[in-house]
Ligand binder design. Structure first.
Ligand SMILES: Nc1ncnc2c1ncn2[C@@H]1O[C@H](COP(=O)(O)OP(=O)(O)OP(=O)(O)O)[C@@H](O)[C@H]1O
Ligand SMILES: [Mg+2]
Length: 561
C-alpha cells in the first residue's frame, strides 16, 4: 500500500509532463519528497489521482508502464480520482481528470494543502473553505499504513458537522474507507487511521497521552483560550515511518477567546503567506536547539500563516447571499468574518489601523528624504527603536525597527549604528528618563550611548505629551483628503510595531490614553516620541542641513543633546 501514495503522485506528475526533469531531481520515494517540491521549489502541479477501483498493487503496474506522453493523458475509465492540487501559474500543460471529486480552490486553499512547514494556520474570513481544506489534507497520507491522524474540534457538538462533511467526501475518494461510529475514526483497510475527536478543557489532553500522530489538525483554533492544547499536542507528533511527514495544521476565524495567542504565534512574526522560523510567543525569539544538542543554536521548525477570504471560495460566493449576510454584521465582526482581519480587537485604542492601508511593502527610500529615529529603552523588558523617513508630502514612513531585550546601552548604540551605516540620520529621540542618573556615579543610559557615537535628544516629557502623542498617531493614521493616502505607513518588515499597534487597549478609566499596564507598548512609545518631534520633509525652502549651524547643533557640547 505504501507505494500507492508515491505512485499516485508519480502518475499524476507524469500527467503534467514534468516527469523527466523532476524525476531525475527528486526520486519518488514517498510523500515527503513531493511536499518539499510543492513548496514552490520546482514542481508546478501535483494531483493526487485515483486509486484504481480494483485492488491490484499499483507498484507493479507503475514499474512496467512507460510514462504517458502529454497526448496519452486520458484517464482509464476504471480509475476514480482523488484530490488534485495545482498552483496557479503552471508553465506546463496540466491535464485535469474529468472525474475529480475534490479540487482545492485556487489561491489560499491550494497554498494550504501544498504547504510543507511543520505548523500551518489557514485563518481568516468565514466561509473561505478552511474546514473543507482541513478535511482534505489528511487524505493525502491516509493510505499510508503508518498514518495516524487526529482532527480536533473544541467540543463534540462542533465535531459533528465535520464528521458529516467527511462522510460525504471520504468514501468517494478513498475506496474501502470505513467510519467507526464507536471509535469516531476513519480507517483505510491496509492503510492509516484518522481519529476525529474533541479537546475541550486542558485536562482533556490526557486522552491523547502516550499516543502518537503524524498529522494533527485543530479546526477553529481560536476557540482554545490558551496555547496549552496546541503546545501539548505537539509532543504527540511523531512517526517512525521515514517517508511520512509530520504536520500540525489549523484553521480558524479571527476573534474568539484565543485570538491574541493565535495572532502572536502565526500572524505577527511574518508577512502573510511567508514561511518563518517558529518563535516563542512570549519573547518573540526564534526557538532554537539547546546547548549540548548536536544541532545547538539551529532553529527548531517553520510555521506559516495563510490568510483566507470569502471571495476565495466560489462555492459560497456564487449566489452572493452569504456575503450579504456578513455585510450586515456590525463593523467589528464584519471586519473579522468578511475581511478576515486579525487586527480588530474589542476596546482597541487604534481601531482605524488597517494592515491593508497602513502596511506597505518596503521600497528604496530616496536619499534626500529626511530620516530620523526614535527609541524606547528597556533592559529587563524590551527596547524598541524605529527609523522614520519623511516623504515630500510630509507623510511618514516607518522603515525599520529594532526590538531587543537585555541589551546594554553601549551594545544598543553599536547595533543602531551598524543598522543605519551609510544613511544620513538627522537626529534621534530617546525616552527622556534615560538621562536619569542611576546610582551616584557614572553616566546615564543616554550618555553611554552618546559616548559611543549614537546621538540622541530627549523625548518630550511635558504635561499632556502622552495624550498629544496618541492624538498625533490618530492624525497620522487618517487618510489625508488631499493625497488620499494615510499620513503614515509602516514597512512590512516592522513586524513588532505592526503586531502591537492594533492590539493596544484603551485605558478603561481614561479613554484619552492607552492602558499603561500593557507590556507591549515599547514600539508605541518609540512611535510617539518619533512623531512628536514634528518631522517635516526637507524642501527647497530649507537650508542645506550639512551647512546649517543651528537646529542640528547640540545643546550640550559633551554629550551632544
Ligand atoms: N475545494 C472545494 N470544493 C468543493 N466545495 C468546497 C471547496 N471548498 C469549500 N467548499 C464548500 O464551501 C463550504 C464552506 O467551506 P468551509 O466550511 O470549509 O468554510 P470555512 O472557511 O471553514 O467557514 P467558517 O469560517 O464558517 O468555518 C463547504 O462546506 C463546501 O461545501
Ligand atoms: Mg470552518
Amino acid at each position: 500500500m505504501l507505494n500507492n501514495i508515491a505512485n499516485d503522485i508519480r502518475f499524476s506528475r507524469l500527467q503534467t509532463g514534468l516527469q523527466s526533469k523532476q524525476d531525475a531531481q527528486y526520486p519518488v520515494t514517498g510523500l515527503g519528497n513531493d511536499l518539499e517540491m510543492k513548496d514552490g521549489e520546482s514542481i508546478n502541479t501535483i494531483s493526487i489521482l485515483p486509486l484504481p477501483a480494483d485492488t491490484k498493487p499499483r507498484s507493479k503496474r507503475q514499474k512496467t508502464s512507460k510514462p504517458p506522453s502529454a497526448k496519452k493523458t486520458k484517464q482509464p475509465s476504471s480509475i476514480k480520482s482523488h484530490i488534485s492540487v495545482s498552483t496557479n501559474d503552471t508553465p506546463y500543460p496540466t491535464v485535469e481528470a474529468d472525474n475529480v471529486i475534490f479540487k482545492p480552490n485556487a489561491g489560499p486553499q491550494t497554498a494550504f494543502l501544498a504547504s510543507s512547514e511543520r505548523e500551518v494556520l489557514y485563518g481568516g474570513a468565514a466561509g473561505g473553505g478552511k474546514s473543507y481544506a482541513m478535511l482534505a489534507d489528511p487524505l493525502r497520507y491516509i493510505t499510508h499504513p503508518q498514518f495516524s491522524g487526529l482532527l480536533l474540534r473544541h467540543t463534540t457538538e462542533e465535531l459533528r458537522e465535520l464528521v458529516w462533511k467527511s462522510q460525504e467526501l471520504y468514501p468517494k475518494i478513498i475506496p474501502g474507507i470505513k467510519w467507526s461510529e464507536r471509535k469516531f475514526q476513519w480507517e483505510v483497510p491496509g492503510g492509516g487511521r484518522l481519529w476525529m475527536s474533541y479537546l475541550d478543557r486542558d485536562e482533556d489532553v490526557l486522552r491523547y497521552q502516550g499516543l502518537s500522530f503524524s498529522w494533527i489538525g485543530f479546526d477553529e483554533l481560536t476557540q482554545w483560550a490558551t496555547p496549552f492544547a496546541w503546545n501539548y499536542m505537539r509532543s504527540r507528533l511523531r512517526t517512525s515511518a521515514s517517508d511520512l511527514p509530520v504536520y500540525m495544521r489549523a484553521s480558524t476565524n479571527p476573534g474568539n477567546r484565543g485570538h491574541a495567542w493565535v495572532k502572536k504565534m502565526f500572524i505577527d512574526p511574518s508577512p502573510p503567506g511567508e514561511a518563518f522560523w517558529a518563535t516563542d510567543i512570549d519573547t518573540g525569539d526564534v526557538m532554537i536547539y539547546p546547548e549540548g544538542h548536536s544541532k545547538q543554536g539551529l532553529p527548531l521548525f517553520k510555521r506559516r500563516f495563510i490568510p483566507a477570504k470569502l471571495s476565495d471560495n466560489p462555492f459560497l460566493t456564487k449566489s452572493g447571499d452569504y456575503e450579504t449576510m456578513l455585510l450586515s454584521l456590525p463593523e467589528h465582526q464584519r471586519r473579522q468574518l468578511l475581511e478576515g482581519d486579525w487586527d480588530v480587537a474589542e476596546g482597541a485604542a487604534f481601531p482605524e489601523f488597517k494592515r491593508s492601508i497602513h502596511v506597505v511593502e518596503p521600497y528604496a527610500i530616496p536619499s534626500d528624504w529626511t530620516r530620523f529615529r526614535a527609541c524606547d529603552y528597556g533592559y529587563g523588558s524590551f527596547t524598541a527603536v524605529l527609523w522614520f523617513a519623511v516623504a515630500p508630502d510630509d507623510s511618514l514612513v516607518v522603515y525599520r525597527e529594532l526590538y531587543v531585550t537585555k541589551v546594554l546601552a553601549e551594545d544598543l548604540a553599536e547595533q543602531v549604528l551598524t543598522l543605519e551605516a551609510g544613511e544620513r540620520i538627522r537626529y534621534g529621540v530617546l525616552d527622556s528618563s534615560c538621562w536619569a542618573k542611576r546610582g551616584d556615579t557614572g553616566p546615564s543610559i543616554a550618555e553611554r550611548m552618546i559616548l559611543k557615537g549614537c546621538r540622541w535628544r530627549p523625548s518630550d516629557r511635558s504635561a499632556g505629551s502622552r495624550i498629544a502623542g496618541k492624538n498625533e498617531i490618530h492624525r497620522r493614521l487618517q487618510i489625508d483628503p488631499f493625497t488620499h493616502n494615510p499620513r503614515m505607513v509602516i514597512f512590512q518588515n516592522c513586524t513588532q510595531l505592526i503586531a502591537d499597534l492594533p492590539t493596544l487597549p484603551l485605558d478603561k478609566t481614561n479613554s484619552e490614553d492607552i492602558d499603561t499596564k500593557v507590556k507591549n507598548d515599547h514600539t508605541y512609545d518609540a512611535l510617539r516620541y518619533g512623531i512628536m518631534t514634528r518631522p517635516r520633509s526637507a524642501n527647497i525652502f530649507d537650508f542645506d542641513p550639512s551647512k546649517q549651524s543651528r537646529g542640528q547643533e547640540s545643546f550640550c557640547k559633551v554629550f551632544g543633546y
